[in-house]
Ligand binder design. Sequence first.
Ligand code: SF4
Ligand code: SF3
Length: 548
Amino acid sequence: MSMFCFQCQETAKGSGCTIAGVCGKTPDVSNLQDLLIHVTKGVSVLANLGRKENLIIAKADKYVFESLFTTITNANFDQTKILSKIYEGFEIRDFVRKELAANSIALPENLPESTGWKANDDETLLVYSELVGVLQESNEDIRSLKELLTYGLKGMAAYAEHAYNLGYKNDEVYAFMHRGLAATEDKTLSVDELVALVLECGKFGVDVMALLDQANTESYGNPEITHVNIGVRNNPAILISGHDLKDMEELLKQTDGSGVDVYTHSEMLPANYYPAFKKYEHFVGNYGNAWWQQKKEFESFNGPVLFTTNCIVPPKSSYMDRIYTTGSSGFEGCEHITDREHGQPKDFSAIIEHAKRCASPTEIETGEIVGGFAHNQVIALTDKIVDAVKTGAIRKFLVMAGCDGRMKGRDYYTEFAKKLPKDTVILTAGCAKYRYNKLPLGDINGIPRVLDAGQCNDSYSLVVIALKLKEVFELNDINELPIAYNIAWYEQKAVIVLLALLALGVKNIHLGPTLPAFLSPNVVNVLVENFGISGIGTVDEDIEKMLA
Ligand code: SF4
Ligand code: SF3
């Protein structure tokens, strides 16, 4: 075994990637990511000691969410970047120790080794990286819960970073990140204590999504109903992928008047719904589909592609020179656009100049998709929706948020959407929507049958909508609403979305296309018994169950 990773849905044989990542991660990158997590846990153990005494160390907060985000599936494949983040971790640990000492906070004995171990050369780090990681914990249930917690924290970190980039912070979220990571280094915790922490993670998941929602809407306005063009124009163009709206804003500003068009890709599609971005004439629409189809679609796009976050598929040599990364994303051999400094915007001039040398995109489809149904827009339609529910025009809402992926079994979601009766409405968020957002599913009294709230973090919007409906219908419990949950997961952001739903008391979620490999049979039982979580079956059976 040269590596071990089982954090995503596409893990090899449904149990773990041991030779190389299905995602394209090499053993060295995977092991170094394990080491980065190890060092980050050390930072959090120390920062958590400070937090207990009300000592906030902002540098440690930022380091922790950046490092966690860097290790999310398909975000960063760049060994050099991961190594430098590990060295930075050693420095941050020293800094935190000094701050603790300066504030007379004593260090307990028996601190975990992650708070102290260090090396000064890449070779030693690589050798050591094989000795840390998931399988060091031998108890299957403890391992399962600690990894579930860590993956929830990774998703939380991604959303915290996007909010931070827009100037929005939440100290309690940062404090929980440290406490949660510190708990994974605590060998005394029982299964019950870890279950409680996992659920608490979901509560902070709601908070971080609310924070990001506030950051996005206060910065760029509330998403509104939008018909997004999926065809192309005759100008050279940049394709922007990932989730970071601050990058979107700066790219649109810097391309304005340059003769270069901008298109969104995959999870950036919802940028089209924000008033602040719609005003740009050179912002043309969306190109392509979910992340996993990029090998084909980047070829025909012809221009440069900017990754602001995951999901990167290791690029083909034919277009590799057109791939740029920024923020927590990275790929060895691709140009990385450096972070903002001293409040100055990022410099996108290299990618803009690159675009000017490229042909305009080749058209792969025409028409439009409709989206922009985040909470504010849907709540504006409440009367119409309530009316449709009361008259029976809408029988049920199906939440089909989450991720898409390359697994063949995900055809299930297309078939599910197609076979749903015409008096049902799909509520979606995340890249899962590409399985059905171009189908002619029609509308109910003018309400489209697919309501797209936005990115995976905008699953928060779906919760706000559900709570609003609960209030309008004067119900006691969110589970009394005519809403069923059929969630598709792939990476760790979906883990925090799932934990957030559980924290809000949502029951009977169907999770597919397969259950996570990192859940031990006992942990699955806990989820089944307390929350009624289940996998998926056949489309017909599931539709029957979910409409019952
Ligand atoms: Fe395998 Fe997924 Fe880990 Fe990549 S992220 S190595 S595909 S489990
Ligand atoms: Fe998609 Fe990677 Fe999960 Fe943000 S972009 S939802 S998979």
